[in-house]
Design a protein around this ligand. Structure first.
Ligand code: NAD
Ligand code: UGA
Length: 456
């Protein structure tokens, strides 16, 4: 058995590393056109930061885990081909701003069809609109010499920052396939791979469309919980209720549950926004405008929350941050990842720059170039955007601190020393509700936390 994976990104790399680590007898080859990404996977500095990933990759790399740029050769030699390419939101044409851009998926399918010399099981691991498998099957079966393909949907549910734990001990593996003897056999082949380390009862098989749709719906429900609690955070600030206490009180109802109720500056990451907008587009396409509008509200509430946080900073600092220095602690979209895609920090930093502030950003894992690229775009320059090497450096001479990522190191900073170097009154805007609030107030900070009453 040989596995090939197209796409060495946040999903392809870690997922294949786990399969290789768990199945030493299966040769796993991950290919990508991006030569520098492949070089990084073959180096000591992996392109993806995830706790525990180095160890998993080191255990299998060179034994049965390989990273290459020769896409065609890897397709020819693979029995099972995972497609883990990106599916960003379209930026132009029909459905721009909502629909998924399927160009990488289609290109991958055409290459598989052209170079395959024998039967293949093609596994959609990328998140795609429901019914994409139909298009894939048509491309594969009408563009190849033998036409012997099965397409399976096997969406990935890992979250960044906990990818290794999620892959090692997943709550469920979802496999969708054609309900034909050949489709059932393909599903069984894939299920047998996962069953090497995942209990059988966690491996679900469904029809193709249920599997494809479940992925979008899972992300929509998760994001909806965050927008729900964030909407309540605004009401808490207005009334004196504490959003943490409200979340705890409602989360103890087992029908609601405690997870994903952390109020924040907003959700980020490469998928929630894109997948909900994709769902919205599908609903519109299938003539369901009310359903589309319902889900679009989740994204709109998130945009409002990011904007509300920026406005909170400006209004607190006497309605002007012009020529004031704001230290932004954290730029990744969540802790324990170097991923900045759609991070709420991007909107907040841009908003502050528009108000003519100097913004000093510190993040423990995101490189300075990535921060500048996200905020200013390719080649952009702005002397008011400073990237600092530590939280203390960012805070030196600042009027306010804004915590945008819940990195553990921010919980235990030397706040007294930082306070000494700041303009007074020194303010803290805790966009993640992680700071020791009463200690900060004792030192003399004015503290503003999402969903909590402000300091006097
Ligand atoms: P990514 O952008 O990090 O990686 C995609 C890679 O695919 C890129 O390196 C690109 O060069 C490569 N690629 C594109 N076309 C190719 C081709 N024809 N052959 C070989 N390589 C090709 O994206 P990602 O974050 O890994 O996400 C991939 C998919 O997984 C998306 O659909 C995403 O929605 C989904 N997903 C992501 C996550 C996550 O946590 N990032 C979780 C679950 C699902
Ligand atoms: C999310 C899902 O959790 C995964 O199951 C899914 O596979 C993945 O999207 C995907 O399809 O890409 P991810 O975006 O990596 O994973 O991380 P999450 O832990 O879901 O966090 C997303 C965002 O929501 C982060 O910005 C996080 O800070 C924020 N969040 C999360 C909150 O603001 N409050 C919460 O209670 C939880």
């Amino acid at each position: 058995m040989r596995i090939t994976c197209l796409g060495a990104g946040y999903v392809g790399g870690p997922t294949m590393a786990m399969i290789a680590a768990q199945c030493p007898d299966i040769q796993v080859t991950v290919v990508d056109h991006n030569a520098s990404r492949i070089a990084a996977w073959n180096s000591d500095r992996l392109p993806v930061y995830e706790p525990g990933l180095d160890e998993v990759v080191r255990a299998a790399r060179g034994r049965n885990l390989h990273f290459h740029t020769d896409v065609e050769h890897a397709i020819r030699s693979g029995d099972v081909i995972f497609v883990c390419v990106g599916t960003p939101t379209k930026t132009s044409g029909v459905g721009a701003g909502r629909a998924a851009d399927l160009r990488y998926i289609e290109r991958a399918a055409r290459t598989i069809a052209e170079v395959s010399e024998g039967p293949k099981i093609v596994v959609e691991k990328s998140t795609i609109p429901v019914k994409t498998a139909e298009a894939l099957l048509t491309i594969l079966r009408s563009n190849s010499r033998h036409g012997d393909f099965q397409v399976l949907s096997n969406p990935e549910f890992l979250a960044e920052g906990t990818a290794v734990a999620d892959l090692r001990d997943p709550e469920r593996i979802l496999i969708g396939g054609e309900r034909t003897p050949a489709g059932e056999a393909a599903m069984a082949t894939l299920a047998d791979i996962y069953a090497r380390w995942v209990p059988r009862e966690r491996i679900l098989t469904t029809n193709l469309w249920s599997s494809e749709l479940s992925k979008l719906v899972a992300n929509a429900f998760l994001a909806q919980r965050i927008s729900s609690i964030n909407s309540i955070s605004a009401l808490c600030e207005a009334t004196g209720a504490d959003v943490g206490e409200v979340a705890d009180a409602i989360g103890r109802d087992s029908r609601i549950g405690p997870k994903f109720l952390r109020a924040s500056v907003g959700f980020g990451g490469s998928c929630f926004r894109k997948d909900i907008l994709n769902l919205v587009y599908l609903c519109e396409h299938f003539g369901l405008p009310e359903v589309a509008e319902y889900w679009e509200r989740v994204v709109r509430m998130n945009d409002w929350q990011k904007d509300r946080f920026t406005r909170m900073i400006v209004s607190t600092l006497f309605n002007t941050v012009s020529e004031k220095r704001i230290a932004v602690l954290g730029f990744a979209f969540k802790k324990d990842t170097n991923d900045t895609r759609d991070s709420p920090a991007i909107a907040v930093v841009r908003g502050l720059l528009e108000e003519n502030a100097t913004v000093a950003v510190y993040d423990p894992k995101v490189p300075a170039e990535a921060i500048r690229l996200e905020v200013l775009g390719p080649g952009g320059t702005d002397a008011r955007l400073v990237v600092a090497a530590s939280a203390a450096e960012a805070a030196a001479g600042a009027h306010a601190l804004a915590v945008l990522t819940e990195w553990d190191e921010f919980r235990s900073l030397d706040f007294a020393a930082i306070h000494a170097g700041m303009h007074k009154p020194a303010c803290v805007f805790d966009g993640r509700n992680i700071l020791p609030r009463s200690e900060l107030e004792r030192i003399g900070y004015r503290v503003f936390s999402i969903g909590k009453p402000a300091s006097a």
